[in-house]
Design a binder for this molecule. Structure first.
Ligand code: NAD
Length: 416
């Protein structure tokens, strides 16, 4: 393998183009070569080629058939940034072709697809890492660091979610050729579970001494928010004015872990609101609340018992002592505050070293599976659904987790 990791990238909608501009082209100065690009739409292939040509003066190979990338000897690894439904097929084919996969966040459509990814990994030894950027967020990593250092005591409850007003993105899906529209028309589930489930699973050692055991999901009525939005913004004659949306405005999922902890997730994407991932960590010695960025430590903060508002924003003062080593002196801004570049570096580093990535295939599949499991639970009126043990018992004693600077298992100090 050359010094630079040679990447083939698939999917150039909003995310693919954004990541190319703000994360991968900057990384291509020293860390990666962007050798091949693919999208189902020729105009998007050309847009990606043009961006790379403007930066480097060469035109990368372009195609509308991702399988072309899998036969290229000069492609070391594949980055998947395509729509959710395509992730598993592309990942499985790439792994079978011997190409490690960095796959954007998304959701599973069937347990069969989850197992396909697991079996392909176990048969080929080629990993699929979910590029869950929130695992490398500044606050998420700071809290992980504090949890590992014992500041939170025993963590018993975590909350998180994806709370993002996506009404415009969904309703303009036809013009923008965006996959969310069809998903919201046809499916009702926790369709975007991995921000903040990913960081929470790392805090609770899921798949490494702990595991997700079962869940229940309940949902509000189907997208009333989208109906109201279409009528008020587009008019009663719009083609989406009288459609029957399937996706609920709000989905709540509670997950129970093998060691007894509870994780509460919220999906809230079709009502007016500001963005939040509601990252919340409740321990026997401390609490963190992302909604007001406050950190409450037992005993030392007792004076704030009835003056919680005075603590809003106080988490910042812990940065000097507890910022994760990856964030010390780190100032990259890639549109998501730097976490996108961090997650790419974690993937690049793992592939170059030939080690199990910090978000491995078991994590990827476990996190994606919540979509299909929540779909079953909602359809059964909130009935409990078992989360399969995708590790087949390996979670009790892992021997394949590598502690390294991008690892999410153990905090590794980085020498200056
Ligand atoms: N991590 C984050 O913060 C973040 C942010 C936004 C989007 N995303 C993820 O990025 C992915 C893409 O999202 P988007 O908003 O760019 O979607 P999009 O619909 O705008 O783009 C997806 C692209 O994938 C292409 N595609 C689909 N199937 C393909 C196939 N078989 N071969 C080649 N190309 C194919 C489509 O033609 C389209 O251009 C999703 O998984 C999404 O969840 C992640």
């Amino acid at each position: 393998m050359s010094d630079k990791l040679r990447l083939g990238m698939i999917g150039f909608g909003g995310r693919g183009i954004g990541m190319l501009k703000f994360a991968l082209l900057p990384l291509s100065e020293e860390e990666v070569d962007l050798v091949a690009v693919c999208d189902l739409y020729q105009d998007r292939v050309e847009e990606a080629q043009k961006l790379i040509e403007e930066k480097h003066g060469y035109v990368p190979f372009g195609t509308t058939n991702y399988k072309d990338l899998l036969t290229m000897d000069n492609v070391d690894a594949i980055i998947i940034m395509s729509s959710w439904e395509s992730h598993v097929d592309i990942a499985v084919d790439a792994m079978k072709a011997g190409k490690p996969v960095g796959m954007e966040v998304g959701c599973a459509y069937s347990l069969n697809d989850c197992w396909r990814l697991i079996h392909t990994y176990e048969e080929t030894g080629i990993p699929c890492m979910m590029l869950e950027n929130c695992c490398y967020g500044k606050r998420e990593l700071m809290i992980l660091n504090m949890v590992k250092k014992g500041i939170f005591g025993d963590v018993v409850h975590c909350e998180g979610g994806y709370m993002h007003d996506l009404r415009d993105e969904i309703v303009t899906g036809k013009e923008k050729r965006h996959y969310r529209l069809r998903n919201y028309l046809h499916r009702n589930c926790h369709n975007y579970p991995t921000h903040e489930l990913g960081p929470i699973c790392k805090i609770l050692n899921i798949n490494n001494g702990n595991r997700l055991l079962s869940l229940t999901s309940v949902a509000t009525p189907a997208a009333k928010g989208l109906h109201e939005y279409v009528i008020s913004r587009k008019g009663a004659d719009h083609e989406l004015a009288n459609v029957e949306w399937r996706q609920a405005d709000v989905v709540k999922t509670n997950i129970i872990c093998a060691n007894g902890e509870m994780i509460s997730l919220t999906l809230d994407t079709t009502l007016p609101r500001t963005y939040s991932r509601n990252f919340t960590v409740r321990g026997t010695k401390a609490n963190y609340f992302e909604l007001n960025d406050s950190l409450y430590i037992d005993q030392q903060d007792a004076k704030y018992e009835f003056k919680g508002k005075e603590m809003w924003g106080c988490a910042e003062k812990y940065e000097e002592e507890y910022l994760h080593p990856l964030w010390k002196g780190y100032t990259v801004n890639d549109g998501h505050g730097g976490m996108d570049t961090q997650v790419f570096r974690a993937f690049i580093n793992a592939v170059k070293l030939g080690i199990n990535p910090p978000i491995d295939t078991y994590d990827t599949v476990t996190w994606m599976s919540i979509a299909v499991l929540s779909e079953m639970s909602i359809a059964a009126g909130g009935a409990p659904v078992a989360v399969p043990d995708f590790t087949n018992g390996k979670w009790m004693e892992r021997t394949d987790i590598v502690d390294q600077k991008y690892g999410l298992n153990k905090i590794i100090e980085i020498e200056e």
